[in-house]
Design a protein around this ligand. Structure first.
Ligand SMILES: C[S@@+](CC[C@H](N)C(=O)[O-])C[C@H]1O[C@@H](n2cnc3c(N)ncnc32)[C@H](O)[C@@H]1O
Length: 373
């Protein structure tokens, strides 16, 4: 099922898709999704076959050749003998973290968005968002950069948050089957992209849910709208079961529960900068009970920043649920390398709680502080 906002945009989008031709890039999966809708003026449910088609393209992703070393470590510590200008320019290459305010006019957030349902959750149609952003007039020009570099990832520029990655669904499935409890918990969806993991926590009655993505435009155009789409009506809990409703509908401002939204905060920026922002700005009221993170260990260059962020932000008895493919071809990261890194740092213990052995092997890993055991 999908419902839509100002759907007049659709034809324009389709024309642009045709003009783009065979891109086989970031837009690949999105094009498939939209072409599935083409010819039908009515919104429709995403069938399991369509879901599978969409997910197929998530199995493998591409990294622009030669970009892996662009930002070896996003925020490298400056060497002592570096002069001030070099230090400054390195600092500028960091993605400074900031909090995104929830707009007063929530109608605006869902304007020109097409909302669909998948796995019982609402999310905006990403191809439509990409089309509205592809003219490059929206600050962070990640869509056209991604297209021109034929890549879903541009290290230090765009880290893949425009797509919903396969392991997100693995983790959602695991959280549900393992009956992980979010009631009254403080939760962080780290590297959130679409934010579906945080939304699951929100629907599970978490006390607070914070969302972080590298790219601010992902937060504004995808994460926030998705949270709003799922906050509409009722209290957003699983009991509402609105994703099962057969009819298309428009969300109205009045539908959006301010109570639920007030539990959420949204952040963008590089991980070290993000954890620094939370620590220094008094934004971190308490550390997180649960940190959810999916497909965030593809690049070994980021392991140090990721590890330090987790250790700074996780509460003493907290738990990280991390979903990942076994190996990320082209970037070099993966589960075994990350576990080895964690072992060497000797701060966290890890436990594999689920292995998904179909297609590319995927893992769900649970992490907790060693000292808490
Ligand atoms: C491949 S995407 C996965 C998005 C989402 N979790 C999913 O599974 O659909 C990786 C995400 O990790 C985050 N990320 C990766 N490297 C990062 C870094 N160095 N600093 C901050 N965020 C980073 C980005 O926000 C990006 O959206």
């Amino acid at each position: 099922m999908a419902f839509q906002f100002n759907f007049s945009i659709k034809e324009n989008v389709e024309n642009k898709l045709e003009a783009l031709g065979d891109t086989d890039l970031l837009l690949g999966s999105a094009q498939d999704a939209l072409r599935n809708q083409k010819g039908s003026t009515e919104s429709k449910e995403v069938s399991s076959e369509e879901h599978a088609t969409l997910q197929e393209s998530l199995h493998a992703y591409k990294v622009a050749p030669g970009t892996a070393d662009l930002v070896a470590s996003c925020c490298p510590e400056p060497a002592e003998d570096e002069n001030q200008n070099e230090t400054l320019s390195k600092k500028q290459s960091c993605k400074v973290a900031r909090e995104h305010n929830i707009p007063d006019n929530v109608d605006k957030v869902l304007e020109n968005k097409v909302v669909e349902a998948l796995s019982g959750l609402y999310h905006v149609n990403i191809s439509v968002v990409e089309m509205t952003l592809s003219d490059g007039s929206h600050g962070e020009d990640i869509v056209s950069k991604s297209i021109s570099s034929h890549s879903d990832l541009l290290p230090g520029v765009y880290e893949g948050g425009m797509k919903i990655w396969e392991c997100t669904f693995d983790l959602i499935d695991y959280l549900s089957r393992a009956e992980i409890q979010f009631v009254n918990k403080t939760v962080l969806d780290l590297g959130c992209g679409a934010g579906l993991l945080g939304i699951v926590a929100l629907k599970g009655k978490a006390e607070k849910v914070h969302f972080q993505d590298f790219n601010g435009i992902v937060i504004d155009e995808i994460t926030l709208p998705n949270v709003m789409a799922n906050c509409a009506g009722g209290d957003g809990s699983d009991d509402d079961n609105r994703a099962g409703e057969p009819t298309s509908k428009r969300l109205k401002k009045a539908d959006c529960s301010p109570g639920l939204l007030s539990k959420c905060k949204f952040f963008s920026g590089e991980w070290s900068e993000f954890s620094q922002l939370l620590s220094s700005d008094g934004k971190l009221i308490s550390k997180y009970d649960i940190i959810l993170t999916s497909e965030t260990i593809y690049n070994p260059d980021y392991y140090s920043a990721l590890h330090d962020t987790l250790s700074k932000l996780l509460s003493k008895n907290g738990c990280v649920y991390l979903a990942s493919k076994a190996h990320y071809f082209g970037v070099g990261g993966g589960v075994h390398l990350f576990e080895k890194f964690i072992e060497e740092r000797n701060v966290f213990r890890t436990r594999t709680v689920k292995i998904i052995d179909e297609g590319l092997k995927r893992f769900i890993i649970e992490m907790a502080f060693k000292s808490s055991s």
